[in-house]
Design a protein around this ligand. Sequence first.
Ligand code: FEO
Length: 169
Amino acid sequence: MISDVLVDEINEQIKFEMYSAYMYLAMSAWCAERNLSGFAHWMTMQAQEEVDHAMRFFNFLLERGGRVELQAIDAPPVDYGSPVAVMEKSLEHEKFVSSRIHHLYKLAVEEGDYPAQVMLQWFVSEQVEEEASIDEIVERMKMFGSDGAALLMVDTQLAARTPGAEEQA
Ligand code: FEO
């Protein structure tokens, strides 16, 4: 039986994942308003991936007999300043999510909950990937500078993002 403390923390995590989806949607809108359609596309795909993350936690709670208690989701910021600031904000947020996942994993170990540890291992790896891919975009943007041609090049690269395996499932 899953412990009450893990049930509560996983319910919290569903909220954080849904907030992530909300935040990436807000970023997508900000980019679309500035005709950065590649950035907007990338953010929309990221938002979909975040809903998938929330659903993994949601389904895990149900499978384990834990009570799902959905919580209110905060409103994300509307303004992001600049394209590089959008990506830096994404990276900062993913680092926060990684710290949440590590916290959950630590709890699962303390509680001796092996199924939770196995489920969370996927998220530990996923966060490494997410941070690395966003960090690469941020670094590329800093290296190329913020002139129109450089921005257009990154925008074209981001437009090529295809759904990950979990989104195609
Ligand atoms: Fe669900 Fe981007 O972490």
